[in-house]
Design a protein around this ligand. Structure first.
Ligand SMILES: [Zn+2]
Length: 643
C-alpha cells in the first residue's frame, strides 16, 4: 500500500465503468407476442427457438439524477485471507434501485436458509444507514453481508460480459412471458457444493455451506462453518455457468469430453482474470512475487478456503501447473475439472508470456538496463506499474475469452474450436496484433497437445475460421439499414423484430442448394443412412460489436442454427440424438462473414459419439432409457459433486 493510494477508494472495474456509461437503454421492451404472426416457411422449412422468443432480461435504465454506482464491500478472495493482502474491497456496482433481498432487474437473492428452513432478516441495501457505510460490513456471521456479496459479485461479472460483448445478455431460462431473473440462494443446503441449476422456466445459483475439517490448512476455525457464498471465485464460477448457458444453450449437452470440461474451464478462467480487477490484491501479490506472475498464488489459485477446509491441503484449483516446464497435456480421458484446467493453464500461460513481453522495458528501466532485479523488495513505483500492466492485460485477455464465445460452434465444442474462436474473435477486433497475443495463445495450446480438428497448420491464417465462398449473397432484410434497434444497436427493437430477423435467416438458409453451406441436411439425404433430421432451428440472433477496418465501431449479427439428427437403434447400438448446425456471423450489409460448422452428416461423427458413450465420461453423463441414450439430469450439480 503506497502513500498515494487511499484505502477507502472504491474499485471500479473497467467493465463496470463502461457499462455505467452506456445510459441510453430503454426499458420499455415490447413483449407482445400476440402481434406475432408466422412468416413464410416458419414451421415448415425451419423453426424458431426459445432464445429468440423469450423476452430478454434488461438491466435497469439509469434515470437523470441517479447515481452511477452503488459502492458495496466484498471479500476479494474469501474470509481466510488477511486484510493486508487486500481481502476486503469496496466495489462499485452499477446502480439500480433494489428491493429487500436484495432483488434487482437481473438478480434476486433468496433469504431462506434451505437447511434450517428459516428466513433471515431482510437484507435492505436501500436502508439509510447501510447506504452510508458502503453496505453491510464484511462478516462471515452476518447473512445480510452474504446476500450483499453474492449480489455485488454477480452484478459485476454481468457487467464484464456486457462490456466485452457490447450488448445485454439473455438468461438460458424463462417462462416466455416475463423477463427472467437469476435467483441466488446463498444458503441452499449444508453441502460441500455450489452449482447452477436451469429449471427451464427458472434458474438458480445454489451455494452450500459446511463445517470445516478438523485440520484446515489455512486460517479457518476447525469445524467452523465455511460458506461457498463468501468465496469470490465460487460466485464468479457459478454465475459464469449461468451466463454461458444463456449464450450457448447446447453447451450443456455433453456430446464429447470437451463440452463439460469447457464449461468448467471457462468458468475458472473468468474467476482467475477477475482477480486482477482488485487493485490492492494485485499490488500485494506483485510485491510478494516480485513481479513474477506464475508465483503469485493470491492471483493464480482458485477457491483457497474451500480447498483448505475440505482436506485438499491447498486451493481447489490453480491456473499454473506444478511444473511449468512440463505442462499437463490434453487427454480426453481426464476428469472434467482436470481437463478444464488444461484449458485454463493454456490461456493463463499465454497471458503470462504477453505480460512478460510487456513489462521487460520497465524492468530494464528500473535496473539501469540490465533487466536483473536486485534482491529484496521491488521499488514501490515499479510494483505499481507492474500491477497496473497486469490488471489491464488481464482485462484484455478476459475480453478475448468472452468475445470468443460468439465465434464458437453452437454445439459440440472442442478446445481446438475454442482456440480458433479466440484467434478469429481477436483478429476481428485487432487485425494488427503487435504484442502477438494470438501467437502466444497458439503456442500455449500447442504445448499442451490441443489441436483443432481439420486445421493443417498451427498458424494464425490457418486457424481463422473460413469465410464462405462468393456463391452466398448477402441475406436480404438483415443489412444494417433494415434492422430496427432500440436506441443502441446493441439491442433489437422488440421481440417481433427479433423474430423477423430469425425468419429472414431461416428462409435464406433453407433455399435450394444452401443447406450444405450451413452444415445442414434434408431428410432423404443418402449420408443419413435412413436416419431422420429435424427442421433447422434458429436458436438465437444477436448483435456483436467489433472495431471496423478504419477504427470505427461496427455491429455484426451472430446467429446460432441447430439441427437434430435422430440416429436409429441398430442390432448392435442404441439410438441417440446427434446435433449439428452452424454459428453464422453477418456483417453490416447482411454479408456472411463466417460460418462455423458442425454438420450432422459429417464423416466419423456417429462413430465418435458411440465411442464416447463407452468412456467413463460418457457413462457418467448419459444413461440408457430402453434402447435410447439420454443425458442425465442436473449436469452441473453432478459435475461439481465430483470435486
Ligand atoms: Zn462448474
Amino acid at each position: 500500500m503506497g502513500p498515494d493510494t487511499p484505502l477507502a477508494t472504491a474499485t471500479t472495474t473497467e467493465a463496470v465503468a463502461a457499462d455505467a456509461a452506456s445510459r441510453d437503454e430503454e426499458s420499455a421492451f415490447d413483449n407482445s407476442l400476440t402481434a406475432r404472426h408466422k412468416r413464410p416457411g416458419e414451421g415448415q422449412d425451419y423453426d424458431i427457438g426459445a432464445g429468440v422468443s423469450r423476452p430478454p432480461a434488461l438491466p435497469y435504465e439509469r434515470q437523470p439524477g441517479d447515481p452511477l454506482y452503488r459502492p458495496l464491500r466484498i471479500y476479494t478472495v474469501d474470509p481466510s485471507v488477511s486484510r493486508l493482502e487486500g481481502s476486503v474491497a469496496t466495489v462499485n456496482v452499477p446502480y439500480e434501485p433494489l428491493a429487500p433481498g436484495p432483488a434487482g432487474q437481473l438478480f434476486a437473492v433468496d433469504g431462506v436458509d434451505g437447511q434450517l428452513g428459516l428466513r433471515y432478516r431482510p437484507t435492505d441495501l436501500e436502508d439509510r444507514k447501510v447506504l452510508m457505510t458502503d453496505g453491510y460490513p464484511p462478516s462471515p456471521s452476518d447473512p445480510r453481508f452474504h446476500h450483499q456479496m453474492v449480489y455485488a459479485v454477480c452484478s459485476n461479472v454481468y457487467s464484464t460480459f456486457k462490456t466485452a460483448l457490447g450488448r445485454n445478455l439473455c438468461w438460458g431460462f424463462g417462462d416466455g412471458k416475463t423477463p427472467a431473473r437469476l435467483v441466488l440462494r446463498a444458503h441452499y443446503q449444508r453441502v460441500q457444493n455450489a452449482h447452477y441449476e436451469n429449471g427451464g422456466t427458472w434458474g438458480e445459483l445454489r451455494f452450500g455451506y459446511f463445517p470445516a475439517s478438523d485440520k484446515p490448512t489455512n486460517r479457518t476455525m476447525p469445524g467452523g462453518y465455511v460458506f461457498t457464498c463468501l468465496s469470490h471465485d465460487i460466485i464468479v464460477h457459478e454465475v459464469t455457468h449461468a451466463l454461458l448457458d444463456g449464450l450457448r444453450s447446447h453447451f450443456i449437452v455433453p456430446t464429447n469430453a470437451d463440452v463439460v470440461a469447457f464449461h468448467e474451464g471457462f468458468a475458472d478462467l473468468v474467476a482467475i482474470f477477475q482477480h486482477f480487477s482488485y487493485a490492492e490484491v494485485v499490488l500485494a501479490a506483485i510485491r510478494r512475487c516480485k513481479g513474477s506472475l506464475q508465483h503469485a498464488s493470491l492471483l493464480t489459485e482458485l477457491a483457497g478456503q474451500f480447498g483448505h477446509t475440505t482436506g485438499r491441503n491447498g486451493s481447489l484449483r490453480s491456473a499454473v501447473e506444478q511444473d511449468t516446464g512440463h505442462p499437463v497435456r490434453y487427454q480426453d480421458s481426464l476428469e472434467a475439472h482436470q481437463l478444464g484446467s488444461v484449458l485454463v493453464n493454456a490461456v493463463f500461460d499465454a497471458f503470462v508470456q504477453v505480460y512478460q513481453r510487456r513489462i521487460e522495458r520497465y524492468v530494464r528501466l528500473a535496473t539501469g538496463g540490465s533487466g536483473l532485479l536486485p534482491p529484496g523488495e521491488l521499488s514501490h513505483d515499479l510494483q505499481t506499474i507492474l500491477a497496473e500492466r497486469a490488471s489491464k492485460l488481464a482485462s484484455q485477455f478476459l475480453s478475448i475469452c468472452i468475445r470468443a464465445i460468439d465465434y464458437c460452434p453452437p454445439t459440440g465444442i472442442t478446445f481446438g474450436d475454442y482456440l480458433r474462436a479466440m484467434v478469429t474473435a481477436d483478429y476481428d477486433l485487432v487485425p494488427d496484433d503487435r504484442c502477438d497475443f494470438r501467437g502466444a495463445l497458439i503456442d500455449a495450446f500447442w504445448r499442451r497437445d490441443i489441436y483443432p480438428r481439420g486445421a493443417q497448420h498451427l498458424s494464425e491464417d490457418e486457424l481463422l475460421w473460413e469465410r464462405p465462398g462468393a456463391d452466398l449473397p448477402p441475406v436480404p432484410g438483415l443489412d444494417f439499414a433494415a434492422l430496427r434497434f432500440r436506441g443502441d444497436p446493441a439491442n433489437a427493437a422488440d421481440l417481433n423484430e427479433l423474430h423477423r430477423q430469425a425468419c429472414m435467416l431461416g428462409r435464406y438458409i433453407t433455399r435450394p442448394g444452401r443447406l450444405e453451406a450451413f452444415g445442414l441436411v434434408a431428410n432423404g439425404d443418402a449420408r443419413l443412412d435412413g436416419d431422420t433430421v429435424s427442421h433447422p432451428c434458429i436458436e438465437s440472433i444477436r448483435t456483436a460489436r467489433r472495431v471496423g477496418p478504419s477504427g470505427q465501431i461496427v455491429f455484426d449479427l451472430v446467429a446460432e442454427i441447430i439441427q437434430k439428427r435422430h440416429v436409429r437403434a441398430s442390432a448392435e447400438a442404441p439410438a441417440f440424438t446427434c446435433y449439428g448446425g452452424a454459428t453464422v456471423i453477418l456483417g453490416p450489409t447482411g454479408e456472411i462473414r463466417y460460418v462455423v460448422l458442425k454438420n450432422v452428416a459429417s464423416a466419423g461423427k456417429l462413430q465418435r459419439r458411440r465411442d464416447f458413450f463407452k468412456t467413463p465420461c460418457g457413462q457418467k453423463y448419459w444413461h440408457l432409457s430402453g434402447r435410447q441414450w439420454q443425458p442425465r439430469e442436473g449436469i452441473f450439480a453432478m459435475v461439481h459433486r465430483g470435486e
